[in-house]
Design a protein. Structure first.
Length: 126
């Protein structure tokens, strides 16, 4: 009986963490995106372990809850992975230009050194 209660608590914890996770904003920093991606990967591993534990103990509830959590988390991980790649490509395309025009103004790329690191910014030309 104690194993069943323990397993149920683990299942609730694993699934509750997934459901209570905040919805991510569309304009995220690259490091935040990476953190989200890592969190989904870790949840996939944890839920998969829970499913395996349920399989080994013969508890179908734990097995199915773990499998469902692992599949959902793996799907979200893949979505974040594709989203991160898409954003990185868009950023690289944007900063590979030396200038662009918007609303009748021309913006030129400028290299800025700050704390020993090289950054780019676009400055409006007069």
């Amino acid at each position: 009986m104690n194993n069943k209660i323990f397993g149920t608590v683990i299942a609730a914890f694993a699934m509750g963490g997934t459901l209570l996770m905040p919805v991510t904003a569309s304009a995220q920093s690259s490091s935040h995106r990476q953190q989200q991606k890592n969190q989904w990967r870790n949840l996939t591993i944890g839920a998969g372990a829970l499913g395996l534990y349920g399989l080994l103990k013969g508890d179908k509830t734990l097995m199915f809850a773990g499998a469902a959590g692992a599949l959902y988390s793996a799907n979200r991980y893949e979505q974040d992975r594709k989203s991160q790649s898409k954003a990185d490509r868009a950023r690289a395309s944007y900063f590979s230009r030396s200038s662009f025009k918007r609303d009748g103004h021309t913006y030129h790329r400028k290299t800025v050194m700050k704390n020993g690191h090289k950054y780019y910014q676009f400055v409006r030309s007069h």
